[in-house]
Design a protein around this ligand. Structure first.
Ligand SMILES: [Fe+2]
Length: 252
């Protein structure tokens, strides 16, 4: 890499508890695959980690405490900083209380690293799935963050759990995407966003819309729609561009 280039990892949908047939800590568990991603990060000169949401599978049932314990244990092994957004699986309705939030685990962030600025937002609120009031709060947060992007940052990334769309043609009836994608893409375009990183689909997506790269990553838990090896992304950021590659976390 050139002297100014760096790498970061985008790990989404570890969804601890989704695909652990021999127990949360057993062979073939979500923890095992998530820990492989973390070990890779520690061994490969990666500057930081961004979590894309659905860190655990169960927001509030008999498995939640152990899933959160495992999440915190696994993250504690990281030797680099981590940031993240929440997905739909770790949150209850706003105001209902939430064990994930109670532990101070990440929901939103913004960071600048070299010539990259990245804003992470709470996708379930932004897509208005929790009602108009919470949508407006997230929208206000997002617009205020967008207005603070340093002018010198030519790479401007958004991280949100839900992709803007999943179906073609792009439709407002997209259960897996953001029904309000038209309003959001207008805002991103106005602020020169260059890339949106998402999870939620449990499959890879590599699209481009209105000049913005829309990249969704399969999680480390499992594929849902078609066969694909569980993986995460390593993004290398150069002065004038960036590249994305997948790193598999399946055993053997
Ligand atoms: Fe998920």
């Amino acid at each position: 890499m050139s002297s100014s280039a760096f790498r970061f990892a985008f790990i989404t949908d570890p969804q601890l508890g989704m695909n652990s047939p021999s127990g949360l800590r057993g062979p073939g568990s979500d923890k095992e695959r998530f820990d492989r991603a973390i070990a890779y990060v520690n061994d490969n000169d990666i500057a930081f980690v961004v979590l894309g949401g659905d860190q655990i599978n169960d927001a509030d049932n008999e498995h939640t405490d152990e899933e959160l314990d495992i999440l915190e244990e696994s993250l504690a092994a990281l030797t680099v900083p981590y940031y993240g957004v929440a997905g739909n699986h770790e949150q209850l309705g706003p105001g209902d209380g939430c064990k994930y939030l109670d532990r101070g685990l990440p929901v939103r962030f913004s960071l600048t690293h070299g010539n990259l600025h990245m804003i992470g937002i709470n996708g379930p609120w932004l897509r208005a799935g929790c009602g108009d009031e919470w949508h407006q709060r997230e929208w206000d947060y997002l617009t205020s963050q967008l207005s603070q992007i340093p002018a010198e940052c030519n790479h401007r990334f958004i991280v949100m759990h839900y992709p803007l769309f999943y179906q073609m043609p792009i439709s407002t009836d997209d259960d897996l995407g953001m029904p309000n994608h038209a309003k959001i893409i207008d805002l991103y375009e106005a602020h020169g966003i260059t890339c949106v990183l998402s999870g939620h689909l449990h499959q890879d997506m590599d699209a481009r819309w209105r000049g913005i790269s829309l990249i969704a990553s399969i999680g480390t838990a499992m594929s849902v729609h078609y066969p694909e090896e569980a993986a995460f992304k390593v993004i290398t950021v150069f002065e004038d561009g960036w590249s994305v590659r997948r790193v598999a976390v399946e055993d053997g």
